[in-house]
Design a protein around this ligand. Structure first.
Ligand code: UGA
Length: 435
């Protein structure tokens, strides 16, 4: 099928390459000529395992084209909108890019074609866009098909997601939309992926409520960590024990520095803002606590670092291992690790920070921090070691070797990812999160 994808950021670039992988003929559009040039040359503009491979394959097969010229979408049957919806100044989502993408698209979309939203939007956006699309192009249909990909597993989550959700209008238009999307996802559906057909508002809500639930789960366990820290209990053992209850489940119960990234933090704020606009702000009032618990984890680690350095970090050497908001990513948007690093630097600590992939992205936001090219370099002579992102490289560090590099054997395990006994045996004072 001929498909267009508008927006070549995280979501769009992965979606476009994945659609080509599924055998479709794809034209991918972005307003940023530098990004388009890189993608056209097979160079992924961010670190995502598996993306370079499917991108090169798509380019070699001739099934994908990158352009800044919106008119090239003409002739595609399904047009995916995958632009960003960043947090605006009030916390509400900024819909500038979505509105602009749909407005630009309407000039080239024909009757019987489908505009399919993938961006995360406040509930009610799709209905509004559907009205403007049908006014501009009678016979074209607007559909919402939210995306649930996780960074680090984006390709796998796009090609083999755990479910497909189609938000469609009622009647014949909705039926044709389902048929068109079934054709897009034929390979995925053949694998037995569950597919849920719902109305537009439900589809928008599925996305934001899924992220709100995940954020709540993480903040719940971090609230337990706060209590465990006071009473000397172990939150990891607690998570293991409650996680055995299938109704609770062990996933997303890892206490640590809390959630960051380009999705969960902004999505819970935008969801609250939208609920308030709709007059049901009370329903989501708890998300303010979820956000507050999450942000307290960062403050907690800064305080812990101060305590472990005798009350004052000024002039003390701090080795930071990990800057990305999670492993297997170079994304530092709202990263707890980078936030803590920048605060310690600001407080006067002499920070040496290292991330296997995110030094460059971190330096763009916090150029004042000193970044180094290896864990060893960061660790040399350190008064305190902070492990802030659970990359395998850090999990696998040999504590005996690290003990020989640092000035003082003290480590904060911000992600509870180290073998506490091995580090203790190597002479380290180990401080975990909620343990
Ligand atoms: C999240 C959702 O998991 C995806 O389903 C969704 O599609 C995506 O947002 C989106 O809206 O686009 P992502 O931002 O890639 O995906 O990251 P997650 O894997 O959800 O992790 C988010 C943060 O939570 C990370 O900082 C991670 O370290 C933290 N986290 C996760 C914890 O602190 N504890 C956990 O147990 C799990």
């Amino acid at each position: 099928m001929r498909i267009s994808v508008i927006g070549c950021g995280y979501l769009g670039a992965v979606h476009a390459a994945s659609m080509a992988k599924l055998g479709h003929e794809v034209v991918a559009v972005d307003v940023d000529p530098v990004k388009i040039e890189r993608l056209a040359a097979g160079d992924a503009p961010f670190f995502e395992p598996g993306l370079p491979e499917i991108l090169s394959e798509a380019i070699e097969s001739g099934r994908i084209r990158f352009t800044t010229d919106m008119s090239e979408v003409a002739g595609a049957r399904v047009h995916f909108v995958a632009v960003g919806t960043p947090q605006g100044p009030t916390g509400a989502a900024d819909l500038t890019y979505v509105d602009a993408a749909v407005a630009a698209l309407t000039q080239y979309v024909a009757a019987d074609e489908f505009v399919v939203g993938k961006s995360t939007v406040p509930v009610g956006t799709a209905a509004r866009l559907a009205t403007s699309l049908s006014a501009a192009v009678p016979g074209a249909t607007l559909v919402w098909n939210p995306e649930f990909l996780r960074e680090g597993f984006a390709v796998q989550d796009t090609i083999s997601p755990d479910r497909l959700v189609y938000g469609v209008p009622s009647g014949a238009a909705g039926e044709s939309a389902v048929a068109a999307l079934d054709e897009v996802y034929a390979t995925t559906l053949a694998e037995g992926t569950p597919r849920l057909v719902v109305d537009l508002a439900t589809a928008e809500l599925v996305k934001v409520s899924a992220n709100a639930f995940l954020a709540t789960k993480i903040s719940f366990i971090n609230a337990m960590a706060e209590i465990a820290e006071v009473v000397g209990a172990d939150v990891t053992a607690l998570a293991d024990a409650i996680g055995h209850d299938a109704r609770i489940g062990r996933k997303f119960l890892n206490a640590g520095l809390g959630f960051g990234g380009g999705c969960l933090p902004k999505d819970i704020r935008a969801f609250q803002a939208r609920a308030t606009e709709l007059g049901v702000g009370e329903s989501l009032a708890f998300l303010a606590d979820v956000d507050a618990i999450n942000l307290r984890r960062r403050a907690h680690v800064v305080t812990l670092a101060e305590d472990l350095l005798g009350g004052d970090v000024t002039g003390k050497h701090v080795a930071v291992l990990g800057l990305a908001f999670k492993p297997n990513s170079d994304d530092v948007r709202d990263s707890p690790s980078l936030d803590i690093t920048a605060r310690l630097h600001e407080l006067g600590a002499v920070v040496s920070a290292y991330d296997p992939e995110a030094n460059g992205t971190a330096a763009r936001i916090h150029p004042e921090v000193h970044y180094v090219d290896s864990a060893d370099e960061a660790l040399r002579g350190a008064d305190l070691v902070l492990v802030l992102t659970e990359w395998n490289e850090f999990r696998q560090l040999d504590p005996a070797v690290v003990a020989g590099l640092v000035g003082r054997p003290v480590v904060v395990d911000g992600r509870n990812c180290l073998d506490r006994d091995a580090w203790t045996a190597a002479g380290f004072t180990v401080r975990g999160m909620g343990r």
